[in-house]
Design a protein around this ligand. Structure first.
Ligand code: ADP
Length: 366
C-alpha cells in the first residue's frame, strides 16, 4: 500500500484544513494509507506521534474550520542537512515516501531540496547504521507535491493561492466598518494590510472598497513626490463631496528609492492636509476565520489533484505544484514557480518595477 503524508507549513491560511481533508479522503479512496504530519517540518524531525495515520472520519467538519488543525511551524533545523536526514529517517520508519506540502514558497523550496537530497540521505542513514540496505530498498525516491497555502497570493504562475480570497474578504469587511465610522466623523483612515512582498491583498481590497489611494511594493511611489500626489487625490475626492478618505497600505509598501512607506508616514501627510486621520493595522484578523467558498473548493480540487499527481509521478517527473490558471486546476514544475516568485522580489530590489508588475501576470493593474 502506498503511504502518503500531508503537512501544512509556514504561515497558516484559511483553506489549509480543506486541503488536508481532500488529501486524506482522496488517498483513502485510491487505497493509500494517509498520514498527517503535525507541526510542519518540526513534526517531520520529531517523528513518532507527530506522524499520525488519518481515517476518513478524522477530517470530518474540516471544511469550515479556519487556520490549520494539524499545526504549522517555522523550523530552523529543516534548513540544515542533518535535520533533513533525521526527517528522512522518520518517514522511512513509517514506510512513507510521498509528501504533499501545503505552504508558501519557503516551505516548497525546502520540500524540493529534500527530494533532491533524498537518495544521498538514505545512503547516509544506512552508513550510520540506522537502517539496513534491505530496509531502505523500497524507498529510493521521495515524491513531493506542492499546494500553495498563503494569504498573500504571492506565488507566480498560479492565479490564486489557498487562503488569499478569505483574507481579502476579511479585509474588505473591516474596511467597510472603518468607512462607516470615518464618514460619521469626516475622518481619513490609513489601513495597513498584510502581504510582505506582494501587493495583491492591498490592491484588490482597495478596488473592492473604493479606496482613495493604494500603496503596494510592485508599483513603488515616486520618492519625495508621492506626498503631494496623495494630498491632491484625497483633496479632489473631498471636493467632490466625499466625507471620508481610505488609504490602503501593504505592509511591504515602498517608494522608488526602496524606502518603506509606512501607515504612519501616510498618516502624517494626511494630517498635514488638515484631515483628522487615524491608522488601523489589521494584523492577524486577516489570517483568522473560516475559508470563503473560493478557498474551500480551490483547496478541495487541488487536494484531490495532489494525490493523483503522487500516484502518476515517476522519479523523473519534476516536483509539481498544483495551481489554478483561468479556472482550471493545473500542474507546473514547482522549482520554476518558486524561481519566478523570487524574481519578482529581485526585480523590486533592482528598482525594476515594470518588470515586477509584468511578472505578476495580468492580475495587476498598471
Ligand atoms: P512559507 O512557506 O510561508 O514561505 P517560510 O519561508 O518561513 O514560510 O518557510 C517555512 C519553513 O520551511 C521554514 O521554517 C523551514 O523549515 C522550511 N524552509 C524554508 N526555506 C527553506 C530552504 N531553503 N531549505 C530548507 N527548508 C526551508
Amino acid at each position: 500500500r502506498k503511504k502518503i503524508a500531508v503537512m501544512t507549513s509556514g504561515g497558516d491560511s484559511p483553506g489549509m484544513n480543506a486541503a488536508v481533508r481532500a488529501v486524506v479522503r482522496t488517498g483513502i479512496h485510491y487505497g493509500c494509507d494517509v498520514f498527517a504530519v503535525y507541526e510542519g517540518y518540526e513534526g517531520l524531525l520529531k517523528g513518532g506521534e507527530y506522524l499520525r495515520q488519518m481515517k476518513w472520519e478524522d477530517v470530518r467538519g474540516w471544511l469550515s474550520e479556519g487556520g490549520t488543525l494539524i499545526g504549522t511551524a517555522r523550523c530552523m533545523e529543516f534548513r540544515e542537512r542533518w535535520g533533513r536526514k533525521q526527517a528522512a529517517g522518520n518517514l522511512i520508519s513509517q514506510g512513507i515516501d510521498a509528501l504533499i506540502v501545503c505552504g508558501g514558497d519557503g516551505s516548497l523550496t525546502g520540500a524540493d531540496l529534500f527530494r533532491s537530497e533524498w537518495p544521498s540521505l538514505v545512503e547516509e542513514l544506512v552508513k550510520d547504521g540506522k537502517f539496513t540496505q534491505e530496509q531502505v530498498e523500497p524507498y529510493q525516491n521521495l515524491t513531493i507535491v506542492g499546494l500553495v497555502g498563503s494569504i498573500d497570493n504571492d506565488m507566480a504562475g498560479t492565479d490564486s493561492t489557498i487562503g488569499a480570497y478569505s483574507a481579502l474578504e476579511r479585509i474588505i469587511e473591516m474596511v467597510d466598518y472603518i468607512d462607516e465610522t470615518a464618514k460619521s466623523h469626516s475622518r481619513a483612515f490609513v489601513v495597513e494590510v498584510m502581504g510582505r512582498h506582494c501587493g495583491w491583498l492591498a490592491l484588490m481590497a482597495g478596488i473592492a472598497t473604493g479606496a482613495d489611494y493604494i500603496f503596494i511594493p510592485e508599483r513603488a511611489v515616486p520618492h519625495g513626490k508621492w506626498q503631494e500626489e496623495l494630498k491632491e487625490v484625497c483633496q479632489r475626492h473631498r471636493n467632490k463631496g466625499r466625507r471620508n478618505n481610505t488609504v490602503i497600505v501593504a505592509e511591504g509598501a515602498l517608494d522608488d528609492q526602496l524606502n518603506p512607506v509606512t501607515a504612519d508616514d501616510v498618516k502624517n501627510v494626511l494630517l498635514d492636509l488638515g484631515l483628522d486621520t487615524k491608522v488601523t493595522i489589521l494584523g492577524h484578523v486577516q489570517r483568522g476565520g473560516t475559508a470563503v467558498a473560493h478557498d474551500r473548493w480551490l483547496a478541495t480540487l487541488q487536494g484531490v489533484d495532489s494525490v493523483k499527481a503522487v500516484l502518476e509521478m515517476t522519479p523523473q517527473t519534476p516536483s509539481p505544484l498544483i495551481g489554478i490558471l483561468e479556472n482550471k486546476i493545473i500542474r507546473m514544475p514547482l522549482v520554476e514557480s518558486v524561481k519566478m516568485t523570487k524574481s519578482v522580489a529581485t526585480a523590486i530590489e533592482n528598482k525594476d518595477f515594470d518588470k515586477a508588475i509584468s511578472l505578476r501576470d495580468t492580475e495587476f493593474i498598471e
